[in-house]
Design a protein around this ligand. Sequence first.
Ligand SMILES: Cc1cc2nc3c(=O)[nH]c(=O)nc-3n(C[C@H](O)[C@H](O)[C@H](O)COP(=O)(O)OP(=O)(O)OC[C@H]3O[C@@H](n4cnc5c(N)ncnc54)[C@H](O)[C@@H]3O)c2cc1C
Length: 348
Amino acid sequence: MTGATPDVDVLVAGGGPVGLAVAIEARLAGLRAVVVEPRSTPIDKACGEGLMPGAVAALARLGVHPTGHLLTGIRYVSGDRVADHLFTGATGLGVRRTALHLALAMRAQELGVEVRSGKVDTIAQDAQSVTAAGVRANWLMACDGLHSSVRRQTGLDRPARNVHRRFGIRRHYRVPPWSDLVEVHWGRHVEAYVTPVADDVVGVAMLGPPNYDYDRSLAGFPALGRHLGAAPTLGPPRGAGPLLQRTRARTAGRVRLVGDASGYVDALTGEGVRVGLAQAAAAVRTLGPDVERSSAAYEKAWTAATRDYRLITSGLVMAAGSPLRRSIVPIATAAPGLYGGIVERLAR
Ligand SMILES: Cc1cc2nc3c(=O)[nH]c(=O)nc-3n(C[C@H](O)[C@H](O)[C@H](O)COP(=O)(O)OP(=O)(O)OC[C@H]3O[C@@H](n4cnc5c(N)ncnc54)[C@H](O)[C@@H]3O)c2cc1C
């Protein structure tokens, strides 16, 4: 293989939102891109489905305009206490994952991205190229999600020890949204994230410790239960976790980890897609002829793009797993400037 010309510039493992965004970025930069994805379009996934204003702007820059339900802010709820923050600038969008996937897939197709059905398993690298799934490329972008097999194979995994393992489950309900804000209902051990995603559909994603029971947890949120009433659920529930995934580094030779594959803190603050899109832009922007130099540039850009998310979300998850948990909504109510500042920081 050594010496042969690569088939493509960029091979993308995983056609989720970040993988498709990487492929679109690559095409916009004039590079040839192939995406390898085992699942068929449109792909669904456990997700709160709230696109923060920054994610909506990043998608628009790529020429991607999904349909959804306007989001005007974030509401924290605990019993009778309610803390609202309305976004100060542009709004966000509640978008079903299938709608987001279709919008990205259409744009990728329009730009000439080739999507192949398959899975990236073994990877071979030499000085000139990287080969996986039968494709020889200059670069492999690992966008294969939370449990990235590329991350494991390249030794970039960093086991997460002594932490509270958290899992997410999402369901859709056929009911008109009662609010344009994402509602986060705080229970004793579990939070429910309520996102309007269409004029007649609301998603409820629950986050909590291993083995929590979705229905029993929902019964612990009577105000939410009153809104949902006897609304029918749509489609099967989707689950994901454990959420915390750590990495030693984001690059190994010609391989780059992007999106959830590059490490994930938690869905508590709902900006996974925004951060993933920022990483996608950085991963392509920093490509260059010198592998070491461009890898260092990506590491630097990745660190900058994820800093707020890693620090603020880790801090909030730690507080949520401690006796401080019951003070989170009272603090948000009593200190709206602090609460709003944190939301704005993570939303842009
Ligand atoms: C419960 C929950 C709620 C969330 N809520 C929000 C929210 O409200 N807002 C928000 O912005 N983010 C939210 N997130 C985070 C968001 O879902 C992720 O950050 C986002 O999906 C990351 O996209 P990705 O493309 O990196 O990974 P994924 O969406 O997981 O896509 C990875 C893709 O790789 C494919 N794949 C896997 N293995 C291979 C392989 N070996 N070869 C080829 N392909 C492979 C998979 O089939 C999949 O399509 C939430 C997450 C969870 C779990």
